[in-house]
Design a protein around this ligand. Structure first.
Ligand code: DX5
Ligand code: ZN
Length: 221
């Protein structure tokens, strides 16, 4: 069953010189989660933020769920650090972990919910033996590494396939989409089955965060 929609702004496109303020504003504007993109210049060709920044946001007073998207390899070493830093959900790419099942277990043991991330060309067969252990499935609609890229349309078909798998499982698994999500395509994305929507440049690129978030929620219906 599809769950209530969640907008998760990716802080990758925020002004890092005033990150606390940016996160406060976007949450006050109606977004429910903070999407936290971690890049290591190894698994993806970019370098961003780590557990220190996550912890700083918690110390700043952020109480909303922090949705950590790990684009790092290896994965396991950094999981407990993010849990200690206040992460709520931790998602990782199966290609970046030698033992996908073990990493999911480690995330749960650390006290967080666990998500598995699929690049545009990653097959869904990774779900075959772990679907029942996941809290979230994240489909990338761009190749990971950068904000501001265009939505890859084949993600819509993949969303429909995963929606069916989740519904058949009868479990409450969130279906999240990440990359190129805008006000003008979010309706179609929701129809394809997503219930959790990451948006970076579409939100932080505008002056009025509240207007964008409201327009997105309206388009989802
Ligand atoms: C890409 C990141 C995304 C990205 C989304 O690797 O995982 O979260 O910031 O940015 P937009 O919404 O601008 O495509
Ligand atoms: Zn992301």
């Amino acid at each position: 069953m599809k769950q209530t929609p969640i907008i998760a702004p990716s802080i990758l496109s925020a002004n890092f010189a005033k990150l606390g303020e940016e996160v406060d504003s976007v949450l006050a504007a109606g977004a429910q989660w903070v999407h936290f993109d971690v890049m290591d210049n190894h698994y993806v060709p970019n370098l961003t933020i780590g557990p220190l920044i996550c912890e700083a946001l918690r110390k700043h007073g952020v109480t909303a769920p922090i949705d950590v998207h790990l684009m790092v390899k290896p994965v396991d070493r950094i999981v407990p650090d993010f849990a200690k830093a206040g992460a709520t959900n931790i998602s990782f790419h199966p290609e970046a972990s030698e033992h996908v099942d073990r990493t999911i277990g480690l995330i749960h043991e650390s006290g967080c919910t666990a998500g598995l991330v699929f690049n545009p060309a990653t097959p869904l067969s990774y779900l075959d033996y772990v679907l029942d252990k996941l809290d979230l499935i994240l489909l990338m609609s761009v190749n990971p590494g950068f904000g501001g890229q265009s939505f890859i349309p084949s993600a819509l078909d993949k969303l429909r396939q995963v929606r069916e798998l989740i519904d058949r499982s009868g479990r409450n698994i969130r279906l999240e989409i990440d990359g190129g999500v805008k006000v003008d395509n979010i309706g179609e994305i929701a129809k394809a089955g997503a219930d959790t929507f990451v948006a970076g440049s579409a939100i932080f690129g505008q002056k009025d965060y509240r207007a964008v978030v409201a327009a997105m929620l309206r388009a989802i219906g």
